[in-house]
Each structure stands twice: as structure tokens, then as C-alpha cells.
Design a protein around this ligand. Structure first.
Ligand code: SAM
Length: 283
């Protein structure tokens, strides 16, 4: 807090900051894994902050949760088994379960307190937690993935915090090799890959590690995310054995559920690569 009314998140590495006008701090705790705060704000609804980094706001989480899930689900021909690593606020789980073809969605979150606080302060994100297809596990996603049955998953979504602390090992070749092994042929890995503007070296490292692990095709999709550093974010998709040039455009056009951001046109637009990114990410 730099003043009484504002929660400011400074990004020294980017030379910028993002601020939210807040009314009160509703909760603060140190868990065995991280520090979690919940704030109320004048214009953004509730805010969840982990280790001083903004995770979720009521107002704008839909960009991130929809883009972490629907592009992969509308690329895979029929994703029956989906796993979310991290994602404890349950927003990605809710989006995944909007797809009828999904028979099982497992959320593997290391810190149960994130989910319990989401249930209390972001109940709308948790509205599918009791879906019979959903399973919530509270263990380390790195270990879970290393022990996962080979060729048993269609989509793995890594909805993690930044690559520090418990999430550090979710961004490297060893972890991606576990994901590749666990995916069936044609399976898709989705990694939240940070800001293309502020974290370009990290984005390049993520893609290098995915390639090193043996993924054949990669696409980085960009989208707005006002509450994250620079306000511009990305998700990188990597596929096992099959390319990523097409998606089920007709399926996306005919989707039987509501979204706030995602649609077939947005999917197409997100696949377009800005010139500087194309040059930087050429493999
Ligand atoms: N959308 C957010 C962002 O990009 O800032 C991420 C939100 S979600 C709350 C991230 C979650 O990843 C956190 O709840 C954290 O506990 C979880 N996490 C971090 N490392 C993990 C690990 N090794 N296994 C499982 N979950 C992990």
C-alpha cells in the first residue's frame, strides 16, 4: 500500500505498476506455501493477492480463465480427461466443465487455503466445484504429474503463479516431460506464459523447455489481462504428435454455453502473432 486507498503492485523489472482503489483488507494469512491477501475494492470487486502479486479480481478474471481453457478445448477433437495444475481459485475448472465432452477434470492445487478463500470470496468461480466430474486434490502438481499414468490425459492446463517458490518447477523441461508422458497422442499442454512485453525471455525459455521435452507444435496466444503486469498476457499451447494449426472453429461458433470474452473470432485473433513476437519466438 502506498497510500491509504490504493493497492499498488510495483513491477520494477518493467518500470511500471498497476493500482487498484481498495476499501478494506478482508483477510490476510501466511500458509505453509505463500502469503494470501483478500481485498475489497471500489471498482474491481474482490482481489486475491499471493505473495504481493495480483492473482484474480472479480471484474477481469474472465479474460484469463477463458483463454486458459477454451482455445485448447476447441482445438482438441474430444477432450475427455483434463487436469489443471494450480488454479486454486477454481475459475479455470469452471470454464473446463462448461464442455460436455469433458468426463473428468482434476484440479491439483498445492495450497488448499487458496481454494477455501476462493469459495468464500469468489463463490461464482467455485460454482462447478460440486460437479460430479470435478475432483479437487491438494498436493504438489510436480509430484502428481511425475507419477501420473502414461497416456491417460487429453489436456493439461498449468494455471500457476509466477515461476518462483512452489511454482518454480512448473516451468522447466523435466516437468514438461512428465506432461508429455501423461498426455495421449494429440494431447495439449497449456501453460500460462506471462506477459509477452515484460517477460519475453521467460516466454522464450518456456517454449525452449517444451520443445526440449519433445512437444512437436507450439502456439502462443495473447490476450488482455488488465490486472497483470503490463495488462497483456499469454498462454502457450504445446501439442503431442499433432500440429496446432487448426481449431474447431464451427464448434466454437456453435458453443452451447456463455462466455464473456472467448468466441471463434477471438480465438482466430489470438492466434495472430505481432511482428516483434514472431521474430522473437521463431524456433
Ligand atoms: N491466474 C494466476 C496468475 O497467473 O497470476 C494464477 C492463479 S492460481 C491462484 C495459481 C496457483 O498455483 C496458486 O494457488 C498456487 O498455490 C498454485 N501452485 C503454485 N505452485 C504449485 C505446485 N507446485 N503445484 C500445484 N499448485 C501450485
Amino acid at each position: 500500500m502506498t497510500t491509504q486507498q490504493w493497492f499498488d503492485e510495483r513491477h520494477d523489472y518493467a518500470g511500471s505498476s498497476i493500482g487498484f482503489r481498495v476499501t478494506q483488507r478482508l483477510h490476510a494469512e501466511q500458509t505453509p506455501f505463500q502469503n494470501i491477501e483478500i481485498w475489497d475494492s471500489t471498482d474491481w470487486g474482490k482481489l486475491m493477492v499471493i505473495d504481493s502479486c495480483m492473482m484474480v479480481t472479480t471484474r477481469d478474471n474472465f479474460f484469463y480463465h477463458e483463454m486458459m481453457s477454451h482455445p485448447a478445448l476447441f482445438t482438441h477433437p474430444r477432450a475427455r480427461r483434463v487436469v489443471i495444475i494450480g488454479g486454486g481459485d477454481c475459475g479455470t475448472l469452471r470454464e473446463v466443465l462448461k464442455h460436455d465432452e469433458v468426463e473428468s477434470a482434476v484440479q491439483v492445487e498445492i495450497d488448499e487455503r487458496v481454494t477455501r478463500l476462493a469459495e468464500q470470496y469468489f463463490p461464482e468461480l467455485c460454482e462447478s466445484n460440486n460437479d460430479p466430474r470435478a475432483q479437487l486434490l491438494f498436493i504438489d502438481g510436480i509430484k502428481w504429474m511425475a507419477e501420473c499414468e502414461p497416456e491417460s490425459l487429453d489436456i493439461v492446463i498449468v494455471d500457476s503463479t509466477d515461476p518462483i517458490g512452489p511454482a518454480e518447477g512448473l516451468f522447466n523441461e523435466t516437468f514438461y516431460r512428465s506432461c508429455l508422458k501423461a498426455l495421449r497422442h494429440g494431447g495439449i499442454l497449456v501453460q500460462q506464459s506471462e506477459s509477452p512485453l515484460a517477460h519475453l525471455p521467460l516466454l522464450k525459455d518456456i517454449r525452449k523447455a517444451m520443445k526440449g521435452a519433445g512437444f512437436q507444435a507450439m502456439r502462443t496466444l495473447t490476450f488482455p489481462q488488465p490486472c497483470y503486469p503490463t495488462g497483456w498476457w499469454s498462454a502457450t499451447l504445446a501439442r503431442k504428435g499433432v500440429d496446432l494449426s487448426d481449431f474447431r472453429e464451427r464448434g466454437a461458433e456453435m458453443k452451447q454455453f456463455a462466455t464473456q470474452y472467448y468466441n471463434a473470432e477471438i480465438h482466430k485473433a489470438a492466434l495472430a502473432m505481432p511482428e516483434f513476437l514472431k521474430a522473437a519466438l521463431e524456433d
